[in-house]
Design a protein around this ligand. Structure first.
Ligand SMILES: Cc1cc2nc3c(=O)[nH]c(=O)nc-3n(C[C@H](O)[C@H](O)[C@H](O)COP(=O)(O)OP(=O)(O)OC[C@H]3O[C@@H](n4cnc5c(N)ncnc54)[C@H](O)[C@@H]3O)c2cc1C
Length: 350
């Protein structure tokens, strides 16, 4: 079947781009490898296992998206003391706590609420899940896109294709004609933001740390969690959430890890931490539609991201538009929206 625009990937960038084209009267086709949309946005009963924080006062596209879709934010809880655990497991309490300006915001309903247009896009047949794109074959009047599904290979034809997946995953696709080796190397060198991280969410019956004067925020040199925050929802369901320290390949097996996490929270917040309702572990480095083996080495600091154009003859048919190729806020949710807006403008100008 022939489409004017095929979008590869239904993360925030793919959903936002499809939404922009749809409201302008077009009917793009979004091919998504996973059985769900959202990409790195992943929720569980309103808790976030992927991104959690937005800064709408600094991020204009997110502010506009939040307002357009009737979403609301609340401030990251940070009242109370900050705990610091040194390499020997000794706890140092900083009564002044952790203050950010502007404070990080969380979305009511979790970051999944940013995907509000996705159900309607799927109902109208625009988002097609379970189709992993493997190859792009350039033709005179467009691009043939080959997907692999449980039922075998399928061929799609688009006048234009927009790739919203991380650049390292783009480099793994088969391009015919092949991309120059230098371009392949450039794409492979762009780290996927947070792809090497494991996020841990520990649910409790109540946010007991708050009543004891702790913010729930902690930093640790010992681990397994390196950075921890309060993730209690506005409806009172309590949780702490954090990122594991150290490279993905050095991490403990999940069962040991859960025990080690609870022992660490006991050390930080006392005996009440020994009775979690549940411990969830989301290892993004093990997700083939987010991370590559190279992402197991976590970059030091935030990488410099910038727009990326494929060379001709590809550029006239294939655009890149995921967060890692955004003009600003690359790697962040804001970057995904900026990249999508850029691709929408370029497509509508053709
Ligand atoms: C643990 C974690 C915490 C984070 N915290 C924050 C935060 O607090 N604030 C913030 O702003 N950002 C945060 N981020 C980053 C944020 O999640 C991303 O910037 C954003 O979600 C990227 O959206 P995207 O659409 O560009 O890419 P993705 O979400 O990666 O979407 C790409 C899509 O392409 C699909 N795909 C991949 N390969 C194929 C293929 N071959 N064929 C078809 N489809 C394919 C994927 O399944 C996915 O749905 C975090 C990320 C993680 C993992």
């Amino acid at each position: 079947m022939r489409h004017a625009v095929i979008i590869v990937g239904a993360g925030l960038a793919g959903v936002a781009l499809a939404h922009a084209l749809h409201i302008a009267g077009h009917k793009p086709c979004v091919l998504e490898a996973r059985p769900r949309w959202g990409g790195r946005i992943l929720g569980m009963d309103g808790f976030d296992l992927g991104p959690s924080w937005v800064w709408p006062t600094l991020q204009p596209r997110l502010a506009a998206w939040i307002s357009a879709h009737g979403l609301s934010c609340y401030e990251q809880y940070s009242a109370g003391a900050l705990q610091f655990e040194d390499a020997g497991g000794r706890i140092h309490t900083h009564a002044a706590g952790i203050a950010q300006a502007p404070p990080s915001q969380r979305l009511a309903g979790g970051s999944e609420s940013l995907l509000t247009p996705a159900p309607a896009l799927q109902r109208t047949g625009m988002i097609i899940t379970g189709h992993a794109v493997r190859a792009l074959h350039l033709q005179n009047d467009g691009v043939e896109v080959i997907t692999h599904t449980a039922a075998g290979a399928q061929r799609w034809r688009g006048q234009h294709v927009v790739l919203t997946l991380p650049p390292r995953l783009i480099a793994a696709l088969e391009f015919m004609p092949a991309l120059p080796a230098t371009v392949h190397a450039q794409l492979t060198a762009i780290p996927t933001w947070m792809a090497g991280q494991t996020k841990v969410l520990v649910q409790y019956a109540a946010p007991f740390w708050r009543t004891e004067g702790y913010s729930g925020a902690a930093f640790s040199q010992r681990g397994p969690i390196g950075e921890l925050h309060d993730a209690t929802l506005p409806d009172g369901r309590a949780a702490l959430t954090g990122f594991l320290a150290g490279p993905a390949m050095q991490r403990a097996a999940p069962t040991d890890l859960r025990r080690e996490v609870v022992a660490q929270l006991h050390n930080l917040f006392g005996a009440a931490a020994m009775r979690p309702l549940a411990v969830h572990v989301q290892d993004w480095a093990a997700e083939p539609f987010t991370a590559t083996p190279a992402d197991r080495t976590v970059p030091r600091g935030h990488p410099h991201y910038a727009p990326f154009k494929l060379p001709e003859p590809w550029h006239q048919r294939v655009l890149l538009a995921g967060s890692e190729v955004a003009p600003e806020f690359g790697g962040y949710l804001e970057g995904a929206l900026q990249a999508a807006a850029g691709a929408a403008a370029a497509l509508m100008a053709t």
